[in-house]
Design a binder for this molecule. Structure first.
Ligand code: ATP
Ligand code: MG
Length: 245
């Protein structure tokens, strides 16, 4: 299978903080493609635009120029309703901050996207996702009663329970210990198979190296692309990107 689920051509994005300040360009012309079944990681220094790139690719944030095509639709041609429907039906997003609903229990948070999408809530899928991230015993806890890593795992379960075609994950293992992080990576690895793909941003170079491809972001551009690299190769590419910046 060689279907492209996501592609970007010359994607550009700037932020303007004040009227008098010149816009700060964060993405200077990103081109990439993610095919069905792939796990792609994105690495790069803090502030290099990794989260911004995920937001633009997933339709959460508008871009200034270039093209993003997600599940066959160019995002800029979609109205708000169509974009929301595309995201609801095909996209899962694990945020760098977990964005859980404080008043809902872990289980209710995981079940929420299906309820909002009026999909018949698959009790089995919700229970399975909670079990996969090791939180069966915490299903009735509210976010304030969970550790940071547990909240992160709820956020991951919430996405995986929906079986989206494409998962965007921003630092999905940032708050996890090595063992739990490895378990979560295995889940993401499994979520990237057949017709489904995962795009993951991470600072953890070991984690990055579990991907089929690693994109190294620097100065708003993709500086290097590595196919099934070792953690050492990722480390070298990131160090070079940092040195040259
Ligand atoms: N809404 C915004 N308004 C203005 N500037 C922004 C906004 N969002 C991001 N930026 C700027 O864009 C740049 C890239 O931010 P981004 O969050 O994409 O970086 P990152 O690579 O994800 O960093 P980190 O690894 O620390 O999460 C930063 O300089 C940031 O200040
Ligand atoms: Mg970020």
């Amino acid at each position: 299978m060689n279907t492209t689920l996501l592609s970007a051509q010359d994607l550009q994005k700037s932020f303007r903080l004040g009227r008098k300040q010149p816009p700060a360009t964060v993405l200077r012309g990103i081109s990439l493609a993610v095919r069905a079944g792939e796990l792609v990681s994105i690495v790069g220094p803090s502030g290099s635009g990794k989260s911004t790139l995920l937001y633009c690719l997933s339709g959460l944030e508008p871009y200034d120029a270039g093209r993003v095509t997600l599940m066959g639709s160019e995002l800029r041609t979609l109205g708000r309703g169509s974009l929301a429907a595309l995201r609801r039906d095909h996209v899962g997003f694990v945020f760098q901050s977990y964005n859980l609903i404080p008043a809902l229990t872990a289980r209710e948070n995981v079940a929420l996207p299906a309820r909002l999408a009026r999909r018949r809530t698959m009790k089995r899928d919700v229970d399975r996702a909670l079990a996969d991230v090791g939180l069966v015993d915490h299903a009735r806890h509210r976010p304030s009663e969970l550790s940071g890593g547990q909240q992160q795992r709820v956020a991951i379960a919430r996405v995986l329970a929906m079986h989206p075609d494409i998962v965007f994950a921003d630092e999905p293992t940032g708050s996890l210990d090595t063992a739990t992080g490895t378990a979560v990576l295995t889940l993401l690895r499994q979520a990237a198979s057949g017709t489904r793909s995962v795009v993951m941003v991470t600072h953890d170079l070991e984690a990055a190296a579990r991907a089929d491809r690693v994109l190294v972001l620097r100065d708003g551009l993709i500086h290097r692309e590595l196919a099934t690299p070792t953690p050492e190769q990722v480390f070298d590419a990131v160090s070079l990107a940092g040195d040259a910046a």
